[in-house]
Design a protein around this ligand. Structure first.
Ligand code: ASP
Length: 732
């Protein structure tokens, strides 16, 4: 057996050894953890969860857009995801006059459902381990470049083979730094319509203040519907499409959850980095996180203030602000968590032990790779910092320059000539004109300038001229950053929607010259060129070297530490985590109960405070305790619960299921003390947060008056003794 074969086998069987509840398991290995899951309360088999040939749970799990999860809850294509996942779509349909973000939206019949161009819903058809076929394509003695080339070619062949004669998509993805390869065949639907969203005061209740926090009281959900052609196949958005008929629909449990109940989550976790070297974690805690936090704190102070001052700005910046603040707050929690867990020291201890074991095993190759990794990381901090600084300043910070970058081609003779030669000039002008309209709809130049001014001093403080732009020319020309910013925003055509539109409408050589001289575009060019020439090549080369060494290092960890249990880092592929409904003791002297209820919403209610408003109808139902069939046995109305499921971003919107595979909640967050789990999971502290599915139903039905949707769902209740499943008649 080759070494690669041994590793592939190891990967297949290693999950059994994992520590409590850590792990995001590939559906293809569930057979190996079935016993353990069943011992903890699973009533299904691995085949019920993931089957290639029969309808199984996986057929109800949807990759929503590019970065969230959704689940199928009706035989007519209804899917449930988070409010924060549907947020972009909800925002797109919102105006000051018709503010869906604030007031919510419910389609009262199918004709009112709203199309969302660009939004997709992806199902996994099958996943297949193709490690041997992939690695078999690599010629003996191939260097890394030749290896990558062979793998790319083989991957494309395998994908083509899988797609041939079908309407499916296929891709081969690398796992564990290229120790394992899996072919993923999927079906992508592109007609995904908005069916409903609760008012922002429910879907985003608690806002930034409560984000990443427990106790939580957010009804973070929204409802969409997948449409297909007459044959049930993906089709471009069209009025003639019909609701998609799924292969599996999740039953919805009306029984509620109890502490200690088995729970599992099935979805598309985005990104974890559990095998990082101590040097990489040192960079994150010492430099990366603190720098990114500081840059975002500066921009958020401006944006938050502007959003509070004006409804127009609030709507314009809602989606952008959410993206910036979500990661900002997460990094604060992550930094604290990694420091508290002493992750750097623990990694160093692991690396020392790795050396001891590698030496004892006579594995000089495994020893050598740790040396190589350390040597590679010596050059890492300066380059990583330059990259992070560029990302935060240019790609996340003031938007004007980023926007201007898109016009580079139209602003240069060569760019223009190239477009003309291809006969695509007019097409490009039209495309950018439309893009500019969309951009300016959500742009406020005064706010953007303030963002720039807030970040600029931090940017300059950290800028290393050998790894960034030379700004001495600017410094000579302007007395300070403010004088420069005043001039840019007063004169750049990109800050002026009408002027830009008129210029593009009559695009000519003269316009080209004007764009070429534009100060925002000039600065964007300076930033981009510095990044492309000074940072990117070094960063790419370093990352490539790290990747190669990590492949051997991780193989070494698996071999030398079999008792630890290993699973491949999350990479937006379908995974299952399991655990139970439980609270936690996040730090000394603190206990988190696992449940919240509607009384807690009312405790937080602060009239006039945008984050803690409570809609009148919800207050009314609370006051009269009119909770319909959705209440707990003790008469309280459940809202959220925590469980010990290993999750990350991308699990947003994932279904949380009981042992029978029934929906009990929709995952939307983790507690602040959990956010280091992308790098180090702590079973005692890490908890994911879900909206109780009964709260979701209650809001749809009793608060929003869209109970007709429940007619499509399969609500089930488990009779106390008999064990038979019964469909629950809906009564309101
Ligand atoms: N709330 C998170 C997110 O949106 C989900 C998580 O990371 O647990 O990224």
């Amino acid at each position: 057996m080759s070494r690669h074969q041994k590793i592939a086998l190891f990967l297949l069987f290693s999950p059994v050894l994992s520590s409590a509840h850590e792990g995001m398991w590939l559906p293809t290995v569930l057979g190996s953890i079935q016993d353990r899951m069943q011992a903890e309360g699973l009533r299904l088999t691995a085949e019920d969860i993931y089957s290639v040939n029969n309808g199984s749970l996986k057929d109800a799990i949807v990759l929503f857009g590019g970065g969230c999860t959704a689940e199928v809850i009706s035989a007519e294509g209804l899917i449930l995801t988070n409010h924060h996942c549907g947020f972009g779509a909800i925002q797109e349909h919102s105006t000051v006059e018709r503010d869906l973000l604030k007031d919510g939206f419910w389609a009262m019949d199918r004709s009112q459902e709203l199309q969302n161009p660009g939004l997709s819903a992806t199902f996994i058809i099958r996943m297949e381990d193709v490690t041997e076929r992939m690695l078999g394509s690599v010629p003996a003695g191939a260097d890394e470049a030749a290896r990558q080339k062979a793998l790319t070619t083989r991957g494309q062949e395998l994908a083509r083979e899988a797609m041939s004669g079908t309407h499916h998509q296929a891709v081969v993805r690398a796992f564990n730094y290229g120790l394992q390869y899996i072919l993923i065949v999927s079906e992508v639907f592109r007609d995904v319509r908005l069916v409903g969203a609760p008012p922002g005061a429910i879907g985003n209740f608690g806002g930034d203040t409560d984000n990443w926090m427990w106790p939580r009281h957010t009804g973070d959900f929204s409802v969409f519907r997948i449409y297909a052609d007459g044959e049930g196949r993906p089709a471009e958005p069209s009025a003639s499409n019909v609701p998609f008929r799924p292969r599996h629909v999740l039953p919805i449990s009306m029984d509620g959850v109890r502490e200690g109940d088995f729970a599992m989550i099935f979805g598309f976790p985005g990104n974890t980095q559990r095998y990082l070297h101590s040097r990489a974690v040192e960079y994150i805690t010492g430099t990366g996180d603190p720098l990114r936090i500081r840059m975002r704190r500066a921009s958020l102070a401006v944006i938050d203030e502007a959003m509070l001052a004006s409804d127009r700005t609030r709507i314009q910046y809602a989606d952008k602000q959410k993206g910036i603040s979500n990661a900002y707050k997460k990094w604060i929690g992550e930094l604290r968590g990694l420091n508290e867990l002493r992750t750097v020291e623990r990694k160093r201890e692991l690396e020392a032990e790795y050396r001891v074991r590698a030496r004892a095993a006579g594995r000089s190759d495994l020893l050598a790779v740790l040396d190589s990794l350390e040597a590679t990381y010596a050059g890492f901090p300066a380059v990583a910092k330059a990259r992070d600084l560029h990302v935060e300043f240019h790609l996340v910070g003031a938007e004007l320059f980023r926007f201007a970058s898109g016009f580079q081609q139209l602003a240069s003779l060569e760019g223009r000539a190239a477009l003309e030669k291809e006969g695509k000039l007019q097409q490009e002008v039209d495309r950018l004109r439309a893009a500019a309209k969309a951009f300016h709809k959500d742009f406020d130049a005064a706010v953007d300038k303030r963002v720039l001014l807030a970040q600029y001093p931090i940017y300059r403080e950290h800028l290393d001229p050998t790894l960034g732009p030379d700004l001495s020319g600017l410094d000579k020309q302007f007395k300070d950053g403010r004088a420069w910013a005043d001039q840019v925003y007063a004169t750049s055509i990109f800050a002026d929607a009408d002027a830009l539109d008129a210029a593009l409408a009559g695009y000519s050589t003269k316009v080209m010259r004007r764009l070429a001289k534009d100060p925002a575009l000039a600065f964007a060019r300076t930033l981009n060129e510095a990044y492309t020439n000074k940072v990117k090549p070094r960063s790419d080369a370093l990352n490539q070297r790290v990747l190669v060494h990590m492949r051997t290092y991780v193989a070494g960890l698996m071999e030398l530490f079999p008792e630890r249990g290993h699973w491949p880092d999350a990479n937006s592929t379908l995974r299952l985590s399991f655990g139970k409904v439980e609270g936690s003791r996040p730090r000394d002297g603190m206990t988190y109960e696992p449940f919240t209820d509607l009384d807690g919403v009312m405790e937080k209610y602060r009239p006039g405070d945008a984050e803690f408003e409570v809609p009148g109808r919800l207050r009314e139902l609370h006051a009269t305790r009119d909770f319909g069939p959705y209440a707990n046995a003790d008469g309280t109305m459940p809202v959220c619960f925590t469980s010990s499921l290993h999750t990350t971003g991308g699990n947003s919107g994932s279904p949380v299921l009981n042992g029978r595979g029934e929906l009990i909640g929709i995952n939307f967050d983790r507690s602040w003390e959990s956010t280091m789990s992308d790098i180090q999971f702590d079973p005692a502290k890490c908890r994911n947060i879900s909206a109780d599915i009964r709260y979701v139903l209650f809001v749809i039905d009793k608060v929003c008056g869209a109970g007709h949707l429940l007619q499509e769902m399969k609500l089930v209740r488990q009779p106390a003794a008999s064990g038979f499943l019964i469909d629950l008649p809906i009564h309101r």
